[in-house]
Design a protein around this ligand. Sequence first.
Ligand code: PLP
Length: 397
Amino acid sequence: MESDFTPLLAARTQTMSGSAIREILKLLGRPGIVSLAGGIPAPDTFPMDVLEHLFSRVLERWGSGAFQYDLTEGFIPLREASAPYLRRFAVEAETEHILVTSGSQGLLDAVGKILIGPGDAVAVESPTYLGALQAFNPYGPRYIEIETDTEGAVPDSLEHLLLKDKPKFIYLVPTFQNPTGRTLSMVRRRAIADIITRHGALLVEDDPYAALRYRGEVLPSIKSLAPENVIYGTTFSKVFAPGLRLGLAVPPKGLLADWLVKAKQGTDLHSNTLGQALAAVYLEEGHLERQIPKIVGHYAPRLDAMLMALDRSFPADWHWNRPEGGMFLWAVGPAGTDTLEIYHQALERNVAFVPGRYFYADPARGEAAMRLNFTNADPDSLLKAVSTLGEIVSVQI
Ligand SMILES: Cc1ncc(COP(=O)(O)O)c(C=O)c1O
């Protein structure tokens, strides 16, 4: 007979919501379905052509060392090779100030673990990345929502929250945000850097998508404008392979880094050595810099196809943004639109997306919005899928 151990669960465990998106993603293996739901890189963008070479270089150089326990801070050759890569985002960091994490998600978990106590205020964009809420929830935060518009977080709203609620930290995805695809303008980056410096506030800048820019001007990270007030995080998931589970973090100088390291030690001791060694060679030999334009070349036509299909098939009372990079865009219907209902109808016609409500700390919001991913289907399938969605939303009242 099965025992029910549910009564043993800690009170905080009740706050661990399974990701609604993971549930949606489970459906997507269904034959014939076109998914605009995932945030999954196209497998064609993985550098399969150089992997054999990377493995043989790793074995030649480090042999069994690539399979050994290693530093919690990260494999030194990877941290050394990451310093020049981080300059792409205007992040200046010495090797000893760069930490390797198990994906960006690993950083978010460590941040939650060291900073959030029950009832502590944490400022997040509205909407925000669901995986961050999942990482923070077990520590019992009280979310305060920064107002956003088409340019991302509104600096005045942030300053107001800092004065009123004194959040432990602010969590932002300033470039090609997940879920909206929005990017903070230069003016706002400066304003936010100024605000956090004046208030002595701590910002977590989660930056997985900045390398995926298809057009427009490169913008520097907020970290570059307020280095001592920002924990910067990026990932190899979108520019190498997500299955490796590797990310980079650059905290402000000082004790915070030691606490992040201690938190990580309790979670996984360190990120996997073999993957870190592969990433080190991938960076050192310039494969990453050659791969990025290939990834961009792969995704840019997909974004264009999605935009063209939206322009053609969506009714005039729907609005969406035209991101210059990343993996998502955000479409919003007129008041009264229920994208969960649209989602169920779309699934019947083999199209999936993620309803907007899942990305809000306050679940009563976002009912009229949908997140559309354009990276994981070819342009023809995208055109057809968006046109199907267009038919469905056109008959909604
Ligand atoms: C904003 C954001 N942060 C973090 C992550 C997690 O990425 P990683 O694979 O690096 O853990 C994602 C993944 O989609 C993301 O969109």
